[in-house]
Design a protein around this ligand. Structure first.
Ligand SMILES: [Zn+2]
Length: 238
């Protein structure tokens, strides 16, 4: 305890310290309602961040003062917490613009997995032959981040598709849990089936009745196709 404090101040600190506990170098406030979950004491420098994450973050819901206070206080403690929450919400630019229409219901975010869990694959072509003899483009689009990978291939055969899938997707991004493709023989074949089997990748097929199943890739392909067609016509190069 700091030595410059007088007896009274020391006694006061000692008295208050009964409500706190140190775990892993962090100060926590004991939790009467749930003794197994002590409440983290926020440092002054952390408060702004906490308020942002609990209110303004894209995944937070711009909750009202009361709702936000209810949420903050089960996780954090700091002196004058309610005042800070109220001040933060009242001065939130977005809340002011939206007026009284404040959200008090919890959000239900869409469940998404890890990047490269789910991949859509498609083939584009035949296109004008390039100098290297490529006529098709195989495209894979990652569903979470919409990240596309593409490779020019000479033909739409299974071996071309499988080496793209193995080298450009699995080796570079890890093994996906699931791939979605159309029912063309370039995707529905022994070679790809056995690779998927061995790696535990689920191969889902989009049906003719639900073409939107793989809409993400097809939408990207339209854009890519237009760009590449222009480029290929101009260069006949890869
Ligand atoms: Zn707000």
């Amino acid at each position: 305890m700091p030595t410059h404090l007088d007896t009274q101040q020391r006694a006061s600190i000692k008295r208050k310290s009964r409500y706190f506990i140190v775990l892993d170098d962090h100060l926590y406030k004991k939790n009467k309602d749930n003794p197994n979950r002590p409440i983290r004491v926020a440092k002054e420098s952390e408060i702004e961040d906490i308020l942002y994450h609990m209110h303004s973050d894209p995944l937070a819901g711009h909750f009202s003062v009361d709702e936000m206070y209810r949420r903050v206080k089960i996780r954090y403690y700091w002196p004058q917490m309610f005042n800070d929450v109220r001040q933060y919400v009242r001065t939130c630019d977005e809340c002011q613009r939206r007026g009284k229409n404040r959200r008090t219901e919890p959000l239900h975010p869409i469940k998404v997995g890890q990047p490269f869990d789910r991949i859509g694959m498609d083939i584009v072509g035949p296109l004008p032959k390039t100098k290297n003899g490529n006529m098709y483009i195989v495209v894979a689009t990652e569903y979470l981040t919409k990240w596309p990978e593409a490779r020019a291939i000479p033909n739409a055969k299974a071996s071309s598709v499988v080496s793209f899938f193995y080298e450009d997707i699995i080796c570079r991004h890890g093994c996906p849990k699931e791939i979605l493709t159309d029912r063309g023989t370039h995707f529905v074949n022994e070679m790809l089936a056995s690779l998927c089997d061995n790696l535990g990748v689920k191969h889902r097929l989009s049906t003719a009745y639900h073409p939107q199943t793989n809409g993400l890739v097809e939408r990207f392909n339209q854009t890519l196709c237009e760009a590449i067609a222009k480029y290929a016509n101009a260069n006949k190069d890869d």
